[in-house]
Write a protein that binds this ligand. Structure first.
Ligand SMILES: NC(=O)c1ccc[n+]([C@@H]2O[C@H](COP(=O)([O-])OP(=O)(O)OC[C@H]3O[C@@H](n4cnc5c(N)ncnc54)[C@H](OP(=O)(O)O)[C@@H]3O)[C@@H](O)[C@H]2O)c1
Length: 266
C-alpha cells in the first residue's frame, strides 16, 4: 500500500497514540483529532513521535459536537475511529457520560466520513465488552463476530476490589497491526475479533506475583458474581486474513511492566 493520509480520532488515547506512531513510522500522513490541540500536557508527546513534525496534523474535534469531524476527515483516505469515553464514573450518569458520546459521537464521525467523498474505509475500535458479557458466554464459546453482549447482563451494576472477571486480553502491538490490516486489506469487512487470550484477573496476578515479587498485589477478590464465567474467543476470521499468532498474556504484561518501569510509573 502506498503512502496514505489517515485520520485517527481521539489522538491522545492509548490505542490511538500507538496507532499514530506506527502509521507515521510507515510513512503515512496522519490527522489526529484532539479536543484541545493547544493543551501541551496532553498532546506534547505526539509531537515527539518519529515523523510527527513532518506528517502529523492535530485537528480539534469533539464527539458531542455535530459536524465537528468534517475538517478532520475531508480529504483523507481512511479513518480510524478510536475516540471514546472509556473510564467513566460508575454512577447513574452512564447514559450521558458513556453511551451518548459513544453512539452520537460515532454517528457524527460516520456522517463526516460520508460527506468527505474521499474516505474509502473506516475502522472502528470496539471492545470484547461488546461480545463477552452474556449469561451464556461459556455455552456460546468460542465467541465470534456474530455474538453481542446482552443488555440485561450489563444492567446488573456490580463492582469490587480485584475484579472477579474473566476477559479477553490483547497486546497493543497486535491491536495496532489489526487496525492496519482492517484498513489496508480490502478483504476485511464487518466485525473482527482481536483477542490474544482470555484470562481471569486472578490468573494474571498468579502469573505476575512469582515473576515480579517486589510489587504489591491486590488479593481481595470482589464478591461480584457473574463476570467470571469462562469463555473463549474465536479469532479464526482475522487468522484467515493472514494475521499471525497473537502475542501471549505473558508478553503483554512483561512489555507493559517494562514500559511502566521506563516511564518511572513502577
Ligand atoms: N485500552 C484497552 O485496553 C481497550 C481494550 C478494548 C477496547 N478498547 C476500546 O478502544 C477505544 C480506545 O480506547 P483507549 O484505551 O485508547 O482509550 P483512552 O486512552 O481513554 O482514549 C480515549 C480517547 O477518546 C477521547 N475522547 C473521549 N471523549 C471524547 C469526546 N467527547 N470527544 C472527543 N474525544 C473524546 C479522549 O480524549 P481526551 O484525551 O480529550 O479525553 C482520548 O483521546 C475505546 O472504544 C475502548 O473501549 C480499549
Amino acid at each position: 500500500m502506498g503512502k496514505q493520509e489517515y485520520c485517527v480520532t481521539g489522538g491522545t488515547g492509548f490505542i490511538a497514540a500507538y496507532l499514530i506512531k506506527s502509521l507515521l513510522q510507515h510513512g503515512h500522513t496522519v490527522r489526529a483529532t484532539v479536543r484541545d490541540p493547544g493543551d501541551e500536557d496532553k498532546v506534547g508527546f505526539l509531537w515527539e513521535l518519529e515523523g510527527a513534525k513532518e506528517r502529523l496534523k492535530l485537528v480539534k474535534a469533539d464527539l458531542l459536537v455535530p459536524e465537528s469531524f468534517d475538517d478532520a476527515v475531508r480529504g483523507v483516505d481512511g479513518v480510524f475511529h478510536t475516540a471514546s469515553p472509556v473510564l467513566v464514573p460508575y454512577d447513574d450518569n452512564i447514559q450521558e457520560s458513556l453511551i451518548d458520546p459513544c453512539i452520537k459521537g460515532t454517528l457524527n464521525v460516520l456522517r463526516s466520513c460520508s460527506k468527505s467523498q474521499t474516505v474509502k474505509r473506516v475502522v472502528l475500535t470496539s471492545s470484547c465488552s461488546s461480545i463477552r458479557y452474556r449469561f451464556d458466554a461459556q455455552a456460546a464459546s468460542p465467541l465470534d463476530e456474530s455474538n453481542w453482549t446482552d443488555l440485561d447482563y450489563c444492567k446488573r451494576g456490580l463492582r469490587g476490589e480485584l475484579p472477579n472477571t474473566a476477559l479477553g486480553f490483547v497486546h497493543i502491538d497486535d491491536v495496532v497491526a489489526a487496525h492496519v490490516l482492517a484498513m489496508e486489506d480490502t478483504r476485511a469487512s464487518g466485525r473482527l475479533v482481536v483477542s490474544g487470550s482470555v484470562a481471569h484477573w486472578s490468573e494474571v496476578i498468579d502469573m505476575l506475583r512469582p515473576k515480579y515479587p517486589d510489587y504489591p498485589y491486590e488479593s481481595k477478590l470482589s464478591a461480584q458474581k457473574g463476570d467470571s464465567n469462562p469463555h473463549s474467543m474465536d479469532t479464526s476470521k482475522i487468522a484467515q486474513l493472514g494475521f499471525p499468532p497473537f502475542k501471549t498474556l505473558e508478553q503483554m504484561f512483561d512489555d507493559c511492566i517494562i514500559s511502566f518501569q521506563q516511564k518511572g510509573l513502577l
